[in-house]
Write a protein that binds this ligand. Sequence first.
Ligand code: SF4
Length: 436
Amino acid sequence: MSLNDVLGFENSSGLYASTPKEDFLNHAWQDKNSIIRIEQLEAVVRDKIAPAALSEIRDGLKKVGMSIRLNPYIMELIDWRNVETDPIRRQFLPMISELEADHPCMSVDSLEERNTSPAPNLVHRYPDKVLFLVTSVCPVYCQYCTRSYAVGQDTPSLQKDNVTSANGWAAALDYIRSTPTIEDVVVSGGDIARLKPQNIKVLGNALLDIEHVRRIRFATKSVSVQPMKFLSDDAWFSAIAEVAKRGRDMFKSVFVHTHFNHPREVTPLVEKAMRRLFAESIYVRNQAVLLRGVNDDSKTLIELTKKLGRVNIQPYYVYSCDMVMGTEHFRVSIEEMQHLEREVRGATAGFNTPLFIVDAPGGGGKRDVHSYEYRNDKYGVTGYRSPSVDRNRMYFHFDPLRTLDAEARAEWRAPGGREAILERLRLAKPIPVAAE
Ligand code: SF4
């Protein structure tokens, strides 16, 4: 089996063509040979791309706050001959010319996760659900990461918050134990691919032992970016399988949530990993992010949806890219997102069709893209209500500046422009919502 067979990508770059297949298909070899510095990247791709493109990436990396980590598997998936437009490269390596100045309403933690944290490493927003941040590291780092404030290593432009390790979980577990409304725990970070098997068992079993916890979701991008993790790391796979089996025996659900954005990521190796998960009755849901230049066209999204369905991954969500600083070039407008939703719905069975979701800035939680109750087209402002979070508040999303007319763009960018626009639209304070 050649690398092309593994990747299902006929013109794979061949960067690792001389690597023995057993090494390439080993998760530890992938981790060990991951690229975390620009010098390593340069050494590997120097002969494959034009010096100008390399210099674009070098300058892009100097500017952004997110760390880089690319394993050889992802490096092979990138089409280096067309690196400027390649949708895989764009997710992990910024080019300086594609970056855009942030909308003035962007922030470091746009979902305000740190304001709804009742215990270290825990986010509690919806009545019956918590987000448990168990690690700050991932097998790869995505440039649009919502949690760039905490995930990855410190970079010159962003000093990361310190997310937990196993010995920092006690307070969060105590909070979950003492809060009977919590039924659903999302175990995320970072990525559980970086947890030791023993810690997956300790954490999974501790959560299953809490009677009111009915559902656990393990979040890992490794299905998409390191599928060999499920095939060569037997101890890690067995830890997940053991927790899932115990959950089933207790009539509780333990699912895996993952993150594919482009159909090219659904490779033959992903299918192999999914066959192993499926055989253990471990079900997988996908949460894609709508990213300009990656998947913001209906053909790509429909192909992604159908390819995920074929390997038994449920295409659960397509999220709007959060309003996190440094991601303006990835964002699309609400109108465009609505258009894409209409194109995708009906292309396949309804249960396999993703919901298009805006995670409302300010902590409103997940809202259907079509469900807004306030809209100002000129300034690209969309308001969502979220009664289960705060009945008296409206949460606002702001379209990327590039999608507005020149006058509105200039107003947003002018000194004091943000405050003036918010004041004029009477958004400086939450809009009072009529009592129901
Ligand atoms: S894998 Fe998830 S948590 Fe990690 S960098 Fe990517 S989006 Fe962020």
